[in-house]
Ligand binder design. Structure first.
Ligand code: C5P
Length: 288
């Protein structure tokens, strides 16, 4: 039996704009995504001689073919036309679900990377990312990781300069948001302010953390905040204790704040942890 270990890193959206609805029901987006150090640990056991299984060390996650990690393994083996003779995927979850942090996508991407490496890279990293798009819109970015501009449905990637050194505080409130319903709601909403991706790209290239933080923007944020005013409470705590910028990630409901140092991040965590048990300190990751 072969055992493979792979970290599955969460993502945040520094920018996220929704450009319009497509004939296939999905939406064209433009986003600058960033990998962060908050992670799940994925363990793959090959050649178990038993039917495929998914195990999760925490409750509330699918443990069958509905799990994106299982779907990723399936598309990988179908594509390379191999049979692992039994597979067990074990996931130690830390990334909160329904948070906009790409937790399920990160697990799927970790499975793709680990399997591809094990079989001596039959697929290039870009082919692997393309395969990931069959599993979910955020999977291609999670395969490649780092700092990248993401367009199309999420399958077109362009690497950008690394995020300057900083510390993130990530807070997952108790409520969750349905991604498809949020897209539908946005279709009926006039978008007042869109992020400036060109300026964000320049700020990253210049390595100017303050400007990067000024330029974050997510068109979903005002839509969700209007219905869940507690997001304003979280953001105001972050802002009062030294955050350079704060907003919801993806379709939520997690909020992140960009902190100048670990000390500032620790203070914000302390202020929030009694009301929000799911609060994390995290760093940018440039290579997955
Ligand atoms: O691809 P994924 O399964 O993560 O997408 C979940 C849902 O989010 C889709 O069914 C769709 O309703 C919506 N979505 C979208 N446009 C995207 C990504 C997701 O409309 N680019």
């Amino acid at each position: 039996m072969n055992t493979l270990l792979e970290p599955a890193f969460a993502k945040i959206n520094l920018t996220l704009d929704v450009l319009g609805k497509r004939p296939d029901g999905y939406h064209d987006i433009k986003s600058v995504m960033q990998t962060i150090s908050l992670r799940d640990d994925v363990t793959l056991e090959l050649d178990t001689g038993k039917p495929w299984s998914v195990m999760c060390q925490q409750e509330g996650f699918p443990t069958d073919e509905e799990n994106l990690a299982w779907k990723a393994a399936k598309v990988f083996f179908d594509t390379v036309q191999k049979d692992p003779n039994g597979l067990n995927i074990c996931i130690n979850k830390r990334i909160p679900a329904q948070a906009g942090l790409g937790g399920g996508s990160a697990d799927a991407a970790a499975v793709l990377r680990a399997l591809n490496r094990h079989y001596n890279s039959p697929l290039s990293i870009l082919a692997l990312a393309e395969l990931g798009s069959l599993v979910g819109s955020d999977v291609p970015f999670c395969v490649v990781g780092g700092t990248a501009e993401v367009t199309g449905r999420g399958e077109r990637l362009r690497k950008l300069a690394d995020m300057p050194e900083c510390v993130f505080v990530v807070v997952k409130p108790d409520f969750s948001v349905s991604t498809p319903e949020l897209y539908q709601k946005l279709d009926k909403t006039a978008i007042a302010r869109r992020p400036d991706h060109g300026a964000m790209e320049s700020a990253l290239l210049a390595g100017e953390l303050g400007r990067v933080a000024d330029l974050i923007g997510n068109v979903f944020d005002p839509v969700v905040t209007a219905e869940h005013l507690e997001l304003n409470y979280i953001k105001s705590i972050c802002n009062s204790y030294g955050s350079l910028g704060q907003q919801m990630t993806g379709s939520g409901s997690a909020v992140y704040a960009i902190m100048p140092s670990f000390e500032y991040a620790a203070v914000v965590c302390n202020m929030l942890k009694d009301n929000y048990p799911q609060v994390f300190i995290s760093m940018p990751v440039s290579n997955v």
